[in-house]
Design a protein around this ligand. Sequence first.
Ligand code: VG1
Ligand code: CO
Length: 543
Amino acid sequence: MPIREIATKPYLDQKFGTAGLRKKVVIFQQPHYLENLLQSVFDCVPDLKGQTLVIGGDGRYHNREAIQTAIAMAAANGVARVIVGQGGIVSTPATSHLIRLKGAAGGFVFSASHNPAGPDGDFGVKFNIANGGQAGETVTDAIYARTKEVSAYRIADGGHIDLDRRGISQIDGMQVEVIDGVADYAALMQELFDFPKMRDWLKRGGRVVFDAMHAVTGPYAQRIFVDLLGAPPSSLLNATPLADFGGGHPDPNLIYASHLVDLANGEDAPDLLAASDGDGDRNMILGRRQFISPGDSLAMLAAHLHLLPGYREGVRGIARSMPTCRAADVVAASLGIPCYETPTGWKFFCNLLDANRITLCGEESFGTGSTHVREKDGLWAVLAWMNVLAATGLSVQALAQAHWRRHGRHYYCRHDYDELPTADAQAVMAGLKAQFPDLPGRRFGNWQVSLADEFGYDDPIDGSHASAQGLRVVFGEAARLIVRLSGTGTKGATLRVYFERYETAESELGHDSNAALAPLVVIAEQLLRLQELTGRKGPDVVT
Ligand code: VG1
Ligand code: CO
């Protein structure tokens, strides 16, 4: 098959965000748009030559076309072997695992995560490196610079792989292996968790409901919960991946998975209810009449992790992203281990994981994970919870209440303002920043500002610095207010406001979250002047 070199003109908007490059599908369908990006990756990461490349995707619209393009370009760019999931389906955490397991030099995940899919939806590309984690900013900045000058790309002509048939074939001397994208991941889960104990828990009447939201985790959940653990098939909801995610919004939170909240609060609720997102890296955990916020989930898993077979040695350290509540810090202090605070985005955890500084990490955006891969991992979190329930014999609610009595409770929520004009979002940020010099020491009700700053991060492993990672107003241990701009949106600017309030008195542990955070929301409006600067009456999404 001949290799063709095709002339192209650069696009100037191919800058990676928090997790990969995300754009509307129509943008990706522009001539040579994906090819330019992939060629820039091959140009900037010469290590891919002669090596293995893993290709996964969340099954969304345009996934198969993108995979065929990536395979043909990998062949033309000297890659020795491509491993791709059957049907083009490999979740983000499973891709991370495959890269590590197969000694690959990198991998692509075609996904825009939880963003809606379909011809009018979003598409995206994540690029991971040999450690299984997403490429850091040094690499993505180099790729971005390259996209602005790329003038030609290389592609093997006419190569087409049958993605539905497992097996090995060749394109231009490159080996292409279509594998079952679920098997290796399921095997890893069996190493980490006590499957016999969970099977027994289910047999004795434990009930789980998992919603795959018509995205990538369906086949994984079928294999793990039904085939391996013996849960009834009715435990799974929306388990068939669809190119448009069934028209839904596979973002596992209180808004987009509100039917799970109803189920958890209804008669005869299951013991554990959970959901994952488009590419399988997020998770939402609920028990009977109990929502577990992601920050709490991280802290509670940290407190119980030693009960799980893969983590018998205990937790070395924990990391959380800056906006994530400080519940994990309290557990870390009680265990006498470090707790790191990183910028938003999983890539910032990877150096800490590689250096063995931490065992567990998480983000408020429904992301939890551990040393087992270099991405957050939705099903891993659900299995960890199920294993903790099976090992302790406690309900989710009893576990949460005992945790709060011992460690105190961090009430938490996030308000998102979507599709703002960029200038308005920037005005809000600038408005708060301008007040920073006057804030320390100022009182708002019972709270006094101890710190007001723009978060920056010095990576303790490689010394790299990340600046402008969000604005924070800290009221000692009692509360925090954080504001940042999203790096994953595809239209206008998304402003995120995060609220955290810590209570330790027994009488203060049982409030409704929104009620507990209401005074902080009032302070936020005072400081941010959101209504005045954006004309919005309130947030679009509250999670
Ligand atoms: C969001 C979340 C962040 C997460 C990122 C990727 O980023 O806030 O915590 O790591 O999405 O997750 P941002 O910049 O929009 O706030 V995923 O599951 O969308 O790949
Ligand atoms: Co995701």
